[in-house]
Design a protein around this ligand. Structure first.
Ligand SMILES: Cc1cc2nc3c(=O)[nH]c(=O)nc-3n(C[C@H](O)[C@H](O)[C@H](O)COP(=O)(O)OP(=O)(O)OC[C@H]3O[C@@H](n4cnc5c(N)ncnc54)[C@H](O)[C@@H]3O)c2cc1C
Length: 384
């Protein structure tokens, strides 16, 4: 499917980088899949962004692309206006940046306790999350180390409430700036965005502009070391050499009954005796980190458990499954990779969707669990 120049394009303001019609989007995503944007705009600053949003006719859909690391673009592309938010919208500031930092906060944020300024990190949507992690580290602030290994933008981590290693984006967030559907800037407190596991409730057509995190003082060398550890852990456990969108499915929360049935299925304990049958097992209400005997499972106080998605995929026997150019990674089976790209025949979004549906059906049939996708399918011909 190819897009033709739409009438509404005439009404949009001129930008530093010209609009592109029928613009390929695969290169804007980390999994390198999908069709074209009807119109692609690469904004070079917030003034352009607000002018664009104010001029966009109501009814023309707006899609924001950050680093495209949690997005599969449909093979038929994305209709309406697609805006890539990156350079020019990527300011990251701490108190070490002096007057610029204070001005930024004074204009839109009344901070009563001046001494607390030293604990704040301000980051705009177009910045890499890693840039915010490094700024926090250089200011001797701890709490954003986990951002270092997430290949997203600040807009993307806010939208997804991205998380890793026990932390989530909204944990230490104090303030959020958004643009509403008309491009008008608003300040919001994080709770208004209703953050949940891998999601927030930003109204349709609104855009995350920036966030402000309040962190804790820490030892710079220890923070640096933690970031190194996280990077090493990712390099050894994730297929970073292959195009992917990171974790494909969300982790699963099982209530006490479901966890009981599931642990019997996995052979952890027998149905009749309630005695664990493999490895040293913790008491059922003991909160544990990953345990050698059952990695990827965390027991909850209420008798339920959080089961990592990879554990579900693995238990259902789907590791390595393939459809066209799409494959369930052998290395980390909650990563779906575009294995076809290196072979000269890239996966399509339909391959990924088809593979996902097969894996979902297998997990449902074998384990009785309904999986939810973390990756966002976006565009005209796929509804996840
Ligand atoms: C190798 C790898 C490892 C990963 N590890 C993790 C991990 O540990 N934890 C984790 O949570 N995720 C992880 N991810 C997934 C991904 O990096 C995160 O979800 C990240 O937050 C996405 O940011 P992005 O800028 O790439 O968003 P995109 O993929 O560009 O967009 C994601 C969604 O957010 C919307 N969006 C983006 N920017 C804005 C904005 N400014 N305003 C409004 N909406 C916006 C998009 O429209 C889309 O719906 C990983 C991905 C990869 C490839």
């Amino acid at each position: 499917m190819s897009w033709v120049c739409p009438d509404w394009l005439e009404g949009l303001p001129p930008l530093a980088v010209p609009y592109a019609v029928d613009a390929p989007l695969a290169g804007f995503t980390t999994i390198k899949v999908g069709g074209c944007a009807e119109v692609l705009a690469e904004v070079s600053g917030w003034e352009e962004m607000t002018a664009l949003m104010a001029a966009k006719p109501v009814g023309v859909p707006l899609t924001i692309v950050g680093r495209g690391s949690n997005m599969v673009v449909a093979d038929g592309g994305i209709g309406g206006l697609v805006v890539h938010v990156g350079k020019g919208c990527d300011v990251v500031l701490t108190e070490q940046d002096g007057a610029g930092f204070k001005e930024k906060l004074d204009s839109s944020f009344r901070w009563n306790d001046a001494s607390s300024l030293s604990s704040l990190v301000y980051a705009e949507a177009g910045a890499d999350s890693g840039k915010a992690a490094r700024a926090a580290r250089d200011a001797g602030l701890t709490g954003l180390e986990f951002f270092g290994g997430i290949p997203g933008s600040i807009g993307g981590v806010l939208r997804m409430n991205a998380g890793a290693y026990g932390h989530e984006t909204f944990d230490d967030l104090q303030k959020v700036w958004v643009l509403d559907a008309q491009g008008v800037e608003r300040e919001m407190v994080p709770a208004e965005l209703k953050p949940r596991y891998r999601g927030t409730e930003l109204p349709a057509g609104w855009v995350y502009k920036a966030g402000l995190w309040k962190l804790r003082e820490g030892d710079k060398e220890a923070i640096r070391e933690r970031m190194r550890e996280i990077n090493t852990a990712r390099r050894t456990s994730q297929p970073l050499h292959m195009p992917s969108s990171g974790s494909w499915f969300k982790n699963v929360v099982l209530d006490a009954t479901a966890w009981r049935d599931f642990s019997v299925l996995l052979g952890f304990r027998s149905a009749c005796t309630d005695v664990y049958t493999c490895g040293a097992q913790p008491a059922q209400n003991e909160k544990i980190p990953d345990h050698a005997a059952h990695p990827g499972i965390r027991l909850l106080d209420d008798g339920g458990a959080v089961v990592s998605a990879w554990r579900m995929v693995d238990a259902a026997g789907c590791r390595g499954w393939r459809e066209g150019g799409a494959q369930v990674s052998e290395q980390h089976c909650n990563f779906f990779v575009n294995a076809g790209l290196a072979e000269g025949k890239s996966a399509t979004a339909a391959d990924l969707d088809g593979l996902s549906k097969r894996v979902e059906a297998e997990i449902k049939a074998k384990l009785g669990v309904v999986m939810e996708r973390e990756v966002r399918f976006t565009g005209v011909d796929i509804v996840a």
